[in-house]
Design a protein around this ligand. Structure first.
Ligand SMILES: [Zn+2]
Length: 483
């Protein structure tokens, strides 16, 4: 079985290399933002979405434009990959998985990618350069090799290298090697099925009655975040002190994030290795954490209270838990079932009676039909477990009948959609991306008269080309150099 794995190492750049990395990240950001502008402008003129291939054809012109010679210093692949990222962002938007692509900001999305693993481009595992990697235009880059999982000295990754990303984080630059690794087909674990009810008072409650608390941000830590933010606001814009305050804030955020993600990794690994089936409820985080502010005419109620609740919801990283379970269950041979969440907290796990009166308080559950009493979260986890088992059973049944009929129909789960399924949808929509009808069903269909369509396109192209450079004010172009 082939799985995708990323191996991350901290890079130890020399001063020149760090300067180069900042410039390349700046160039990639410029191309991404200009590409976004080009797509917006192109759509407003022609009513058509632009494809990745069409956008890359403008790269040469962009490099030859006066004031933009610095783009020639950056590796060509890096610039192409920025447009590829934009294309993926649009595909994800069309598939309904994310919002409309937004411009990238300096200091927030600094990074670029080398897509070609050819030894002429990326040099790795050279006996003369142990613990180093050769990147185009960079030369040999040293790596802080603190990867205890790969016990062999000097080995940076395993499997077939696909691409190398260079990303800036709060504490420095990181290299991420994306690889395809062949692993033995895993044997399904024998431990009993388990499911989790996810909440705020208890981060995760298992169907076996175990309460798990993730290290979420405490009230005192929120206070510290507030102080660090205040420190940034008190510094003059563009000053060195402000940069320093920003760095302190980013490092603290990174610490809090890593602490939580580490706990989620340990949790998901343990259960994916031990249990044959894991059940989760399909939580619509976006809907649950929607703002209550309302409009000027109709302001919302209890806005501050809801804001606090939203913060607690987002603090739990439910999507990250789901993402990790999704790929780890594949690695370790277990199964993940994401089931619909409706009424899971009001249903009795013993007699299936659904009533709001069942739930006496946040923690107490007492069934009005059969008198079953339990902690409300444990009961909900039990309900989710039975739903997950039922969903898994119907899936295997339908796959059996499918193989008998040898039909090509894809049979999905009863209710909730798994991440894998959403990705499949995404890859489907990727193939048909670029058609205007997908982006906007009411968009004007391309005219049948060829001549008029062509003239429109030509008019659009001129404008589109102008939009390519619109990201930078004309007066600044000569002095402009990305950082
Ligand atoms: Zn009952």
């Amino acid at each position: 079985m082939i799985v995708k794995r990323a191996y991350r190492h901290k890079a130890v750049f020399s001063l020149t290399q760090e300067q180069q990395a900042r410039e390349f990240a700046g160039c990639a950001r410029l191309i991404y933002n200009s590409g976004l502008e080009q797509r917006n402008l192109g759509y407003s003129v022609t009513g058509k979405s632009m494809s990745y291939w069409r956008q890359t054809s403008y790269l040469t012109e962009a490099k030859n434009a006066p004031g933009f010679e610095f783009l020639r210093d950056a590796p060509a692949h890096v610039l192409q990959q920025a447009l590829r990222d934009l294309d993926k962002a649009f595909a994800s938007f069309f598939a309904g998985l994310s919002g409309y692509p937004r411009p990238r900001k300096r200091g927030e999305h600094d990074g670029f990618r080398f897509p070609d693993p050819d030894p002429k481009q990326v040099g790795v595992h050279d006996p003369a350069h142990i613990g180093q990697v050769r990147l185009p235009k960079f030369g040999w880059v040293s790596i802080r090799n603190s990867y205890p999982r790969l016990k062999k000295k000097g080995l940076l990754f395993e499997g077939c290298l696909k691409n190398v990303s260079v990303v800036r984080e709060a504490d420095g630059w990181y290299l991420s090697f994306c690889c395809e690794v062949e692993i033995e087909t895993p044997v399904a674990p024998t431990g009993p099925a388990i499911s989790f009810d996810r909440g705020i008072a208890n981060s995760l409650t298992s169907s076996e009655g175990e309460f798990i608390h993730l290290p979420v941000i405490t009230a005192r830590e929120w206070e510290k975040i507030g102080f660090l933010q205040l420190a940034i606001n008190r510094c003059q814009k563009g000053s060195r002190n402000r940069e320093r305050a920003k760095g302190a804030f980013a490092r603290y955020q990174q610490h809090l994030r890593r602490r939580k993600v580490d706990a989620i990794h340990k949790l998901t690994t343990t259960f994916s290795k031990e249990r044959w089936l894991i059940g989760l409820e399909d939580l619509r985080v976006k809907n649950m954490s929607a703002s209550a502010t309302g409009t000027v005419e109709g302001p919302g109620k209890n806005v501050a209270q809801k804001r606090g609740l939203n913060r607690e919801i987002l603090n739990q990283s439910w999507a990250e838990q789901c993402r990790q379970f999704d790929y780890k269950t594949v690695w370790y041979g277990s199964e993940l079932e994401v089931v619909p969440a409706y009424n899971s907290s009001n249903e009795c796990r013993v007699c299936r009676h659904v009533a709001k009166a069942n739930r006496k308080s946040q923690a107490v559950f007492l069934c009005v039909a059969c008198g079953h009493a339990e902690h409300a979260d444990v009961n909900a986890a039990g309900v989710i477990l039975s739903r997950a088992l039922a969903q898994h059973g119907s899936k295997t049944q339908s796959s059996e009948t499918k193989s008998k009929k040898q039909s090509s129909e894809i049979v999905g789960p009863i209710g909730g959609t798994s991440i894998r399924e959403q990705k499949r949808k995404l890859s489907c929509s990727n193939a048909c991306e670029g058609s205007a009808s997908l982006k906007n069903p009411e968009a004007p269909k391309p005219s049948r008269k060829r001549a008029s369509a062509r003239t429109l396109q030509v008019a659009g192209e001129e404008l589109v080309l102008a939009g390519f450079y619109a990201g930078v004010p004309a007066t600044e172009t000569s002095a402009f150099r990305p950082r």
